[in-house]
Design a protein around this ligand. Structure first.
Ligand code: ATR
Length: 265
């Protein structure tokens, strides 16, 4: 396992663990935040395959690292490794932030997403997908007190998630988003180049959010924009979850403007 750290800067004290990890923008925003606050230590990406998360976290803890972010597919393994977890991490069932000193796990995805939600007077929200990412979104919508529906390709997962977080499931194989004014895509369909069976209304529009980000808009956001919906990709959520993680590690207010500039929002 020590091989994993070969070539990693000796001053690294923070990391993001996941597989794949090359596309992650976390090193950019966190490194900029550390620099802006004059803090020592580097933040590095580590590719950690499924099944090895606990072992790697133990090694980093032994070596005196300060904090880590955890991403796909390791968030439940990280939860199992932690000795102590925040309420959010327990409720969402995933850890995306680790504090090594006391082996504590947090989930800042749910609270981070919550901070990116606009004010809506009559919210009618729909979550597309029912995997790990959808749990953080459902948690946030419940926290905000907004009623929400869940649609998933496999309806049984939508039913389970709706039951757990107090939403309602959409049982149809296709979705008419005209009934909603906030639609959040948490599926990985776009990553696989697959289209979602979503029908956009020809009149009016709401806000379409995608929790993923990339160089280009996702196919989901491209269709939303074509039907005059406002669109927002996952960078706003990335920023907020990262800022909350930074604050937990350092005890300092996160320099959000510096971090936002790094990812052009
Ligand atoms: P994550 O932790 O990123 O949410 P996940 O738990 O594997 O990853 O969930 C992926 C989600 O994307 C699921 O809701 C999945 O639907 P299924 O539960 O039916 O598998 C959804 N998904 C993936 N590819 C899809 C596609 N082509 N069309 C619709 N939904 C898709």
């Amino acid at each position: 396992m020590k091989n994993l750290l070969r070539g990693v800067s000796p001053s690294a004290r923070y990391a993001v663990l996941g597989d794949p990890i090359g596309h992650s923008l976390s090193p950019k925003i966190q490194q900029a935040a550390l620099r802006a606050c004059g803090l020592p230590g580097e933040y590095v990406p580590l590719r950690v395959p499924s099944g090895s998360c606990g072992e790697v976290l133990s090694l980093l803890a032994e070596q005196g690292w300060i904090g880590a972010n955890i991403t796909v597919p390791l968030k439940t393994e990280a939860l199992e490794w932690c000795q102590d977890c925040s309420v959010e991490a327990r409720e969402i069932g995933a850890v995306n932030t680790v504090l090594f000193a006391d082996r504590r796990g947090l989930n800042t995805d749910g609270p981070g997403f919550l901070r990116t939600l606009p004010d809506l007077t009559a919210p009618r929200a729909l979550i597309l997908g029912a995997g790990g990412a959808a749990r953080a979104v459902a948690w946030a919508l419940r926290q905000r007190g907004w009623p929400f529906f869940i649609w998933n390709r496999s309806p049984s997962r939508a039913e389970q998630l709706a039951e757990e977080f107090g939403g309602q499931m959409l049982p149809t194989p296709e979705v008419d988003v005209g009934d909603f004014n906030l639609v959040v895509n948490t599926t990985s369909a776009g990553l696989h180049g697959q289209a979602l069976p979503v029908h956009w209304p020809t009149k009016g529009g709401g806000l379409a959010l995608d929790i993923s980000y990339g160089r280009e808009l996702s196919p989901f956001l491209r269709s939303a924009a074509a039907f005059s919906w406002s669109v927002q990709d996952g960078r706003a959520m990335l920023l907020e979850q990262g800022a909350l993680a930074f604050e937990a590690w350092t005890g300092l207010p996160a320099p959000r403007e510096v971090m936002a500039r790094e990812i052009e929002i």
